[in-house]
Unconditional design. Structure first.
Length: 532
């Protein structure tokens, strides 16, 4: 190993990788129990959380109750949810919402002072707490402010986690299935100095969010390249459920936008109707719940209509709703559409499905512990068992905060007994140089996104998945070769991570010999009866 400069070495009791809802809420909960550091690969507020529109689900008033929310979640999950996890998340929701409010997050209320609850697809009651159509922005604002004001939390923006540090970096042989791999911190690229720093920790939380940017058409911001999932997979941690990628049925059709702008599902709860370009309704052909069927059904129905008609988009129609109500509830969507010349109180909104959410990720237990010691995961990068084969709308922010809380409680318990690992070598980039052709990285990233869009999208087949895998393998070898020769850069690492994540989605999709929830394979159109 060369260039050992231990002055670069930072040490924290709690290292948090990611500054969305999961990372920030974990940090606030462990602060005071040790030194805390949050790293974020760009700015603190560039997260999927900031983009969330619809809201956060929680049972608030009768006639709603926990059993109804549990049942709706299980129904959406198509037999693969873990019922114990579903109960835990649903029952802990009200307490976690109160905590958010204590941190300064505001949810809309009606004129009587009661929470104004929205309804989304798959929910049998109105139970979505929201802040207009910008709930995520409001949550992120509240949490960022609380974190910035906290004297015991250090924030490092523009710090990109390259790898988590485990015994592999000590040259030790470890076994994936025994819980003998441990995490000692992370190698982190400081984007301001362009050097890789070693950050040591007693406990690490991965909260790196989703994988949407692996697809060409996505609602996710560009940070969502599945870095945490890829890092854990490379460290031989367990990743699960990756075949279940959720496509949101209604993103605004505007090919110039990346990410695609979301038209919240709450608009269908508000009365929005899906129509073909010829103005005809179609959802009644697919499901008796029509426009309020769960997302997988609506997205597949739109996909089918587009393929049948050859159109590029369908419409969402809210023109029958009063203009003042539209503007009051959905000001963000109203303004965005108006900026494109669409007055949604008079014009239909052109919409298409877009990759939106990963139900799978780093496998965790009920305490948010991964298969790697001293390493927790929470939020969209994790797989808790809540979503099964399909996530119920607005259950994701909720899952993030409930599991950040579980992780915080357990991490506080173990941190006192943990020590820093002394023998960690510095990052070794000997013999490498800056990649000579950045264009290759950009081009390969685009290729991955196209492969995932066209072959691993809403409808899959054996042939498409095989084709995707073959194409990916070529890019994998080219990229690994480049990586071995190159000084670390964020874009190269993200490309590598996207390939890894794409591979995991394809591999797990090929292993599933049925269609279930979000995974539809035209060669196995039926669902296998569970237990058979
Ligand atoms: P994120 O909020 O995505 O944060 C990830 C963090 O990790 C970022 O700070 C990023 O910089 C950091 N990071 C990633 N990789 C690295 C790395 N290598 N090094 C350092 N830092 C890294 N869910 C709901 O429940 N209700 C909704 O209404 C809703 N609406 C949505 C609307 C849109 C448009 C989108 C995209 C998602 C929506 N979701 C919604 C899903 C929900 O927003 C996300 O699942 C959730 O916010 C994820 O939170 P998180 O904390 O896990 O990750
Ligand atoms: C939306 O507002 O439609 C998104 C909700 C979600 O992804 O849960």
């Amino acid at each position: 190993m060369r260039r050992v400069d231990t002055s670069k070495r930072k040490k924290f009791d709690f290292l948090v990788i990611g500054s969305g809802m999961a990372g920030l809420s974990f940090a606030l909960k462990v602060a005071g129990k040790g030194k805390v550091c949050i790293i974020s690969k760009t700015k603190l507020d560039e997260t999927n959380t900031s983009y969330a529109q619809g809201g956060i689900s929680s049972v608030t008033y009768a006639p709603d109750n926990f059993e109804k929310h549990i049942q709706d979640t299980l129904t959406a999950g198509a037999g693969l949810c873990d019922p114990k996890v579903v109960r835990k998340v649903v029952e802990e929701a009200p307490g976690q919402i109160e905590e958010l409010i204590r941190w300064g997050v505001r949810f809309d209320k009606d004129e009587k002072g009661n929470f104004d609850l929205h309804r989304e697809g798959g929910h049998s009651e109105n139970r979505i707490l929201h802040h207009k159509d910008q709930t995520g922005y409001e949550i992120q604002r509240g949490l960022v402010q609380a974190v910035r004001e906290h004297p015991e939390i250090e924030v490092l923006e523009d710090h990109f986690a390259v790898e988590i540090i485990t015994q592999h970096h000590l040259g030790e042989l470890v076994h994936r299935w025994r819980r003998d791999i441990e995490c000692y911190g992370a190698y982190v690229l400081n984007r301001r100095t362009n050097s890789v720093e070693t950050i040591l920790s007693k406990v690490t939380l991965i909260a790196t969010g989703g994988v949407g940017s692996v697809y060409q058409t996505t609602t996710n911001p560009s940070i969502a390249t599945g870095d945490g999932i890829a890092m854990v997979y490379r460290a031989k941690g367990i990743v699960d459920n990756m075949e279940f990628i959720q496509f949101h049925p209604t993103s605004l059709y505007n090919p110039k936008d990346r990410p695609s702008f979301l038209i919240t599902e709450a608009m269908r709860g508000f009365g929005g109707i899906l129509k073909r370009r010829d103005g005809k309704k179609f959802m009644h052909k697919y499901d008796e719940r029509e426009c309020l069927a769960p997302r997988d059904i609506v997205a597949r129905a739109i996909d089918n209509e587009l393929k049948t008609t050859g159109d590029d988009y369908v419409y969402l129609d809210v023109t029958h709703k009063p203009k003042e109500e539209i503007k009051a509830h959905y000001p963000g969507i109203y303004e965005k559409c108006l900026s494109l010349g669409i007055d949604i109180s008079k014009d239909y909104i052109p919409v298409v499905p877009a990759a939106h959410f990963s139900c799978g990720g780093i496998k965790v237990d009920e305490k948010a512990r991964t298969s790697i010691g001293r390493l927790y995961a929470a939020g969209e990068c994790s797989c808790t068992g809540l979503h099964g084969a399909n996530r119920l709308a607005s259950n994701s922010l909720l899952e993030g905060i409930v599991y950040a809380d579980a992780a915080a409680k357990d991490a506080i318990e173990i941190v006192g007994a943990s020590t820093f690992c002394k023998d960690i070598p510095e990052w070794n980039d000997e013999g490498t140089s800056h990649p000579e052709e950045m264009v290759l990285i950009t081009q390969s990233q685009k290729e991955i996104e196209q492969i995932m869009n066209y072959y691993v999208g809403i409808v899959r087949s054996n042939l498409r998945l095989k084709r995707a895998l073959d194409r990916l393998e070529i890019i994998y070898h080219e990229t690994e070769d480049l990586y071995q020769r190159s000084t670390v850069s964020q874009r190269l690492c993200e490309l590598r991570n996207s390939i890894q994540v794409g591979y995991l989605i394809i591999k797990m999709a090929r292993q599933r010999k049925e269609s279930r929830g979000l995974h539809y394979n035209s060669d196995y159109p039926d669902m296998i009866k569970l237990g058979s």
